[in-house]
Design a binder for this molecule. Structure first.
Ligand code: PCA
Length: 328
């Protein structure tokens, strides 16, 4: 934990103090930790968002992006925001499903596997998710999907007969369950530490998009990518509730306009890049294919079970999201 929120007018600590500075008419400097590589489109959109915020708030909010987990590691970002150590930040939403199961709404296998369906699912989930985040002292400004999730291995995999005993890097509790169902041994590792984990043998398989495989140059360690397209999970940019509520209405409107525009641009970029990532993995020597029928059938069966388990933990609110999604 290195930096706290600063104001340009005084050396003060914490969200409330900075909000007071705002009322005095001074600009606020907001440090914004982000979890993923600085060259990743999510992080690049964090910078686009910061530029838009400066523009639309007439300089009232000056956001500095710290990508790659450089200010806070991915696993610490939410708490840093909740407790006001930083006012704003970005993280993978379903990483928080262990604390609030509802936040795993976008990790349901084979439910919403296109960008259009993923957007419809978010529309169905948004109000409930925002209410959940309010309980956690957070306000979501925008969310942005990763490309579809598939499996990385260091060998050909035709079915779970080939996955027994493999050490598997998971990124949340749902993916740990997925791994266990396939006879693998999950270990949770941040994307920022993935290359090292593969290099040292801490893990030799994982589930992710082509994007993270590309960012982490995983062709140096792994040989096969199966484009399962199981789900398109989202990152979200969240702000501490007191920091948000301390803003004047016109500043809030400027920030929200920046967020809405960034959300649209980030989702479009994600879609645009998804094939590029596969091409790059292949160019660098990986075999990039669809999962074979036997493996896919197993994944679908596990997926159905995972959705049932999620519905059991997320309760009526979770069911309402699925019902609203299916009704559209
Ligand atoms: N990349 C992130 C989350 C989902 C994705 O595609 C990761 O692997 O950590």
């Amino acid at each position: 934990m290195k930096t706290i929120m600063k104001t340009t007018c005084a050396s003060v600590f914490g969200v409330l103090a900075a909000s007071t500075a705002m009322a005095d008419g001074h600009a606020q400097s907001w440090d914004m930790p982000m979890a993923y590589a600085s060259t990743n489109f999510h992080s690049e959109h964090g910078v686009i968002f910061a530029d838009k915020v400066r523009e639309y708030t007439n300089g009232a909010i000056d956001i500095t992006v710290h990508a790659g987990g450089s200010l806070f590691g991915g696993g610490d970002i939410k708490r840093a925001i909740q407790t006001g150590q930083v006012p704003i930040g970005e993280r993978f939403m379903s990483a928080h499903a262990n604390e609030a199961p509802l936040l795993g709404w976008d990790n349901l296998p084979f439910i919403a596997t296109s960008y259009e369906d993923n957007a419809r699912l978010w529309d169905a989930a948004k109000d409930t998710v925002n209410a959940q985040l309010a309980d956690l002292n957070l306000v979501a400004l925008y969310t942005c999907p990763w490309p579809g999730q598939g499996f990385y291995f260091n060998k050909e995999v035709k079915s779970s007969a080939d996955t027994q005993g493999i050490k598997f890097r998971s990124y949340n509790s749902a993916t740990a369950t997925f791994a266990e169902e396939l006879g693998m041994i999950p270990v949770q590792i941040e994307a920022a530490e993935l290359s090292q984990a593969l290099a040292t043998g801490v893990a030799s398989a994982f589930i992710s998009s082509g994007s993270t495989g590309y960012d982490r140059k995983v062709w140096e360690h792994l040989s096969h990518y199966y484009k399962v397209n199981a789900w398109l999970p989202r990152n979200y940019v969240m702000v501490n509730t007191q920091a948000w509520e301390g803003l004047d209405d016109d500043v809030k409107a400027g920030v929200q306009k920046a967020a809405d525009e960034t959300a649209a641009s980030c989702a479009a970029k994600s879609a645009e890049l998804s094939d590029f990532y596969f091409e790059e993995l292949a160019k660098n020597g990986m075999t990039v294919t669809d999962a074979g029928p036997e493996f896919l059938a197993e994944l679908e069966a596990i997926g159905a079970k995972m959705t049932e388990e999620w519905l059991a933990t997320a309760g009526a609110d979770g069911q309402a999201i699925i019902d609203a999604y299916n009704a559209n």
